[in-house]
Design a protein around this ligand. Structure first.
Ligand code: C2E
Ligand code: MG
Ligand code: MG
Ligand code: MG
Length: 291
């Protein structure tokens, strides 16, 4: 009967819910343990200034070294962290580390050195006090050399939460970048609604631009339009000299990708910063930031 079928469906539904709740609970415990036992590590990938070839800044990318499962990529656990609600704690740890390293490397090269940090869209969904701002206050309010990377989907939200938080970040001296640009449903028109500093062209466009004329046209237009809006452009996933050449010709400002370096440990990044930037005649201390 229909009633019986409905009951079965409900039984099935609740069983699935239990499993999800169970899984969520387990993942949450694992992530919490990883935080406590310091199994996360921040890697850094250089962003290159195309006009000079110098390392211009870094993007911080999280890594999880699980004691039993080994290396777990962020694409595998960030969605779980978002779902389980632990993303805030993880992201606060990332932010504090990034602020500390940016200070250390600014001191090392005797110039402000910025680090870009990714912020999940789900972190904008609830009105709550932002721990990043609190952390900066607790540190005495010195200007952080931080770029906050958000995804373009956020730009379409008209909620004041997004606007307010981004304004707070800007007021604190941070900059804002739109990550993976071109993959979502937003458009250049949305860029005007916010005070955006950088646009990062998604690697899917960069990958095919040497072989696919359409992708090259799209990339060229994104760069030109961003510049008209006063926004600097970073190309992601640059792997070949040919891609670099086309991007330079199109007037792209910065590039990031395996052509220059994969994401690497803090100490490896620090030696690169010293050896690859001719101006930085400073001895690397290879210091590690404590948790
Ligand atoms: P994303 O922010 O777009 O980061 C760029 C990704 O591209 C990184 O993957 C990087 O390793 C990879 N990549 C860099 N150069 C190349 C290249 O030349 N070719 C190719 N094929 N890939 C390249 P990763 O480190 O696995 O991170 C994946 C995503 O996970 C990030 O994408 C970001 O959305 C997220 N993520 C990483 N760390 C954090 C974090 O601390 N917080 C949050 N919320 N998300 C993070
Ligand atoms: Mg990013
Ligand atoms: Mg990206
Ligand atoms: Mg991404």
């Amino acid at each position: 009967s229909a009633k019986q079928a409905g009951k079965n469906r409900f039984a099935y539904f609740t069983r699935e819910m239990d499993e999800n709740a169970h899984r969520r609970h387990r993942v949450m415990n694992e992530l919490r343990r990883a935080l406590q036992e310091k199994h996360f590590e921040l890697y850094f990938q250089p962003v290159i200034e195309l006009a000079t070839g110098r390392i211009w800044k870094a993007e911080a990318l999280i890594r999880w070294r699980h004691p039993e499962l080994g290396f777990i990529a962020p694409s595998q656990f960030i969605p779980l962290a978002e779902e389980s609600g632990l993303i805030d704690e993880i992201s606060d740890w990332v932010f504090q580390q990034a602020v500390t390293y940016s200070r250390q490397w600014s001191e090392l090269i005797k110039a402000p050195f910025q680090i870009a940090v990714n912020k999940s869209p789900v972190q904008f969904s609830l009105p709550k006090k932002d721990a990043w701002i609190d952390f900066l206050h607790s540190e005495g309010g010195t200007t952080p050399h931080i770029v906050v990377e958000i995804t373009e989907g956020l730009l379409m939200q008209t909620s004041s939460q997004v606007t307010n938080l981004l304004q707070e970040y800007k007021a604190a001296g941070m900059q804002v970048a739109i990550d993976d640009f071109g993959t979502g449903y937003s458009s250049m028109a949305y860029l005007k609604r916010f005070d955006i500093d950088y646009l990062k062209i998604d690697q899917s466009f960069v990958r095919d631009m040497t072989t696919d004329p359409t992708n090259k046209t799209i990339t060229d237009s994104m760069i030109a339009m961003a510049h008209k809006l006063g926004i600097k452009v970073i190309a992601e996933g640059v792997e070949t000299p040919e891609q670099q050449q086309l991007l330079s010709e199109a007037g792209c400002d910065y590039a990031q990708g395996y052509l220059y370096s994969p994401p690497c440990t803090a100490s490896h990044f620090e030696s690169m910063l010293v050896s690859r930037n001719p101006g930085n005649k400073v001895q690397s201390k290879n210091t590690r930031v404590r948790y």
